[in-house]
Design a protein. Sequence first.
Lengths: 115, 113
Amino acid sequence: SAVISQKPSRDICQRGTSLTIQCQVDSQVTMMFWYRQQPGQSLTLIATANQGSEATYESGFVIDKFPISRPNLTFSTLTVSNMSPEDSSIYLCSVVPGPLLGEQYFGPGTRLTVT
Amino acid sequence: GENVEQHPSTLSVQEGDSAVIKCTYSDSASNYFPWYKQELGKRPQLIIDIRSNVGEKKDQRIAVTLNKTAKHFSLHITETQPEDSAVYFCAASKTGGSYIPTFGRGTSLIVHP
C-alpha cells in the first residue's frame, strides 16, 4: 500500500486566482494521477503525472489550466489556474505503486471552493 | 477506449439483506477489476479486486464475480450493516505500463437499520 497526503485539505479562493495542490507519497511510486470529483459524481481523470517529463492530459483538460509538476517519484503538484466557480470540486491525488498489480490508492483530497 | 457501466445508481436495503452491484465493461483486453468504497467526505478505498484469470473472490462478507465472456462483474455484500452505507465504484483496466483505470459512475448504497 501507500500513504498519501495532500495539502491543503480545503481552500476557498477568489475567481481569477490560482491554487497549487501538493501530493506527497511515503514511498517511490511509478504512476501518479490527478482526479477531479464533483459532488455526487464519479472520478474524472485530469492527467497522469510523469516524473521528469510533461504530464499526459485527458480529453477536456489542458496544461495551461492545470499545470502539473512531478520532480521525483514521491511528490507532485497540481495547479488550478485562473479559477472560476466551475472549478469548485474535490481534487484527488492517486498512485499505483505497482502497475503490474494495478492496486490504486487515493489521497484524502482537496476541497476547492471558488467564489 | 474502455467504457464501464454501473448499475444501479442507488440501492436501498434493510440491515441483514444482501446487496448486489453490477458493472459491464467494453474492452476485452481489460484484466483487472477493482471495487472502491467511498464514505461521505472520505477518499475512495480499495475493498476488493479480481483479475481476469479468476472467476470469483471472497473476503468475509464481500465477494466479487467476473464473467469474461459476457464482460461483466459484480460486487456482492451479504448481511449488510449500516456501516456498509457508502458510494461504491467499480473500475476496469489493463495492468502494466499503460495502466489507466476507467471508473463506473458509482452506486450509492443505503443500509437501513
